[in-house]
Design a protein around this ligand. Structure first.
Ligand code: TRP
Length: 334
C-alpha cells in the first residue's frame, strides 16, 4: 500500500513495435487501471536480450515503447514509467531469487520450451532464468496486482511460489502478487492466421497491425485479412477471421458483437473490413499524434526517464535492502 492505494506492476518487452494486440489487450487496460492504483510500468529491456538483439535497434525500440506508454494515455507524473536496466535492483534481486528457485520449476515453463525450440542455436541461461527476473520485477515493488496475458500466467504463478517460499523462511518480506487477467482486454489474433495470436515478430507483414502503422497500411492490411466463404458477418467460433475482426471493431468502438452483426446484416465482407480499418485508424490517430509530439520533444521525454528512474530506484532499493539483510549479507558501512 502506497498512499492508500494498491500497487500494480507490469512490463512489456522492448522488442519490435507494439501491435494493435498489445495496445487493445494490455496497454489500454493499464491506462484504465492507472487512476485507482500506484502503477509501475516497465520497459523490460533486460528480458529482451535473452534473444539476440541489434544494439541500436534495441535502444530505439525501448524508447519507442516508453513513448507509446505515454502516448497511449499513461500520465508519467502519476505512473512510474521506466527502463528495467535503469534500476540495478532488478538484476540484483533476480540473483538472490534464483537461489530460491528450482531447476525443475524453470524446466516446466512452457515459454522456455517454446523459445528454446524457436532459438535452438541460442538456448542461453538468461532464457532459462527469464521467469526469475520477472519475479524480481514484480516483487521489488511489493506489487498487489499484475496485469498479464494468459501466456504469462505460469510465470506469475512461479513469482508467487518463490515469494511464498522466501516469506516462509524469512518472515513477511514480499507482498504476494495476484494476476490480473482483464475482463475487457480483447485478445487480438493474426489477420492472416486467426488461430494464432497477433505477434510483433510475425514474418508475414499483413498479419499484424502496428500501433504506429500509417493509415493506408492499416486499411490495406484489413482488406487483405483472411476471412471465410460463409459470407455473413457473424460472431461465431466457426468463423475465426470474422470473429477476430468483430473483436477488433468492438474494442475500438465500444460496441457489442450483436450490434455489429446487426450493423452489417446483409452487407459484404468488403464493407465490413473497410469499417474495421477506419475504426482502427480513428482509434490510433490520437496516439500516433501524441507519439510524434513526444519524438520531437526529446528534453521532455529525457526528463520523464530521469525522474521515474529515480522513483523506481527508491522503491526497489527499499525492498532489495530488506532482502539483503534477511539473507545475511553484511551491513553497509557508511
Ligand atoms: N514476460 C512478460 C511478457 O513477455 C513481460 C514482463 C517482464 C512482465 N516482467 C514483467 C509482465 C513483470 C508483468 C510483470 O509479456
Amino acid at each position: 500500500m502506497l498512499d492508500g492505494k494498491q500497487t500494480i506492476f507490469s512490463g512489456m518487452q522492448a522488442t519490435g513495435n507494439l501491435t494493435l494486440g498489445n495496445y487493445l489487450g494490455a496497454l489500454n487496460n493499464w491506462v484504465s487501471l492507472a487512476d485507482s492504483y500506484n502503477c509501475f510500468y516497465c520497459v523490460v529491456d533486460e528480458h529482451a536480450i535473452t534473444i539476440r538483439q541489434d544494439p541500436a535497434t534495441l535502444r530505439a525500440n525501448a524508447r519507442k515503447v516508453l513513448q507509446l506508454y505515454i502516448a497511449a494515455g499513461l500520465d508519467p507524473k502519476k505512473c512510474c514509467i521506466y527502463y528495467q536496466s535503469h534500476v540495478p535492483a532488478h538484476a540484483e534481486l533476480s540473483w538472490i531469487l534464483g537461489c530460491f528457485t528450482y531447476m525443475g520449476e524453470l524446466s516446466r515453463m512452457t515459454q522456455f520450451k517454446d523459445k528454446a525450440a524457436k532459438h535452438a542455436d541460442n538456448i542461453n541461461a538468461g532464457l532459462f532464468t527469464y521467469p526469475v527476473l520477472m519475479a524480481a520485477d514484480i516483487l521489488l515493488y511489493q506489487s498487489d496486482l499484475v496485469p498479464v496475458g494468459v501466456d504469462q500466467k505460469q510465470h506469475l504463478e512461479l513469482a508467487r511460489d518463490v515469494a511464498i517460499r522466501f516469506n516462509n523462511i524469512y518472515g513477511d518480506v514480499f507482498t504476494i502478487p495476484e494476476g490480473y487477467i482483464a475482463k475487457s482486454g480483447a485478445k487480438i489474433m493474426s489477420l492472416q492466421e486467426p488461430s494464432k495470436k497477433m505477434s510483433k515478430s510475425d514474418e508475414n507483414e499483413n498479419a499484424s497491425i502496428y500501433v504506429l502503422d500509417a493509415p493506408d497500411a492499416i486499411m490495406r492490411k484489413f482488406k487483405r485479412a483472411v476471412t471465410d466463404s460463409v459470407g455473413v458477418v457473424r460472431y461465431s467460433d466457426e468463423q475465426p477471421g470474422i470473429k477476430n475482426l468483430i473483436d477488433i471493431y468492438c474494442a475500438c468502438t465500444g460496441l457489442l458483437p450483436e450490434a455489429v452483426e446487426k450493423e452489417f446484416d446483409g452487407k459484404g465482407y468488403g464493407d465490413f473490413k473497410s469499417a474495421v480499418g477506419e475504426a482502427v485508424v480513428a482509434r490510433l490517430r490520437p496516439i500516433q499524434e501524441r507519439f510524434a509530439e513526444l519524438t520531437k520533444d526529446k528534453a521532455y521525454v529525457d526528463g520523464i526517464i530521469k525522474e521515474n528512474a529515480e522513483k523506481a530506484n527508491y522503491y526497489a532499493n527499499k525492498t532489495l535492502r530488506k532482502v539483503q539483510k534477511k539473507v545475511g549479507f553484511p551491513e553497509r558501512v557508511r
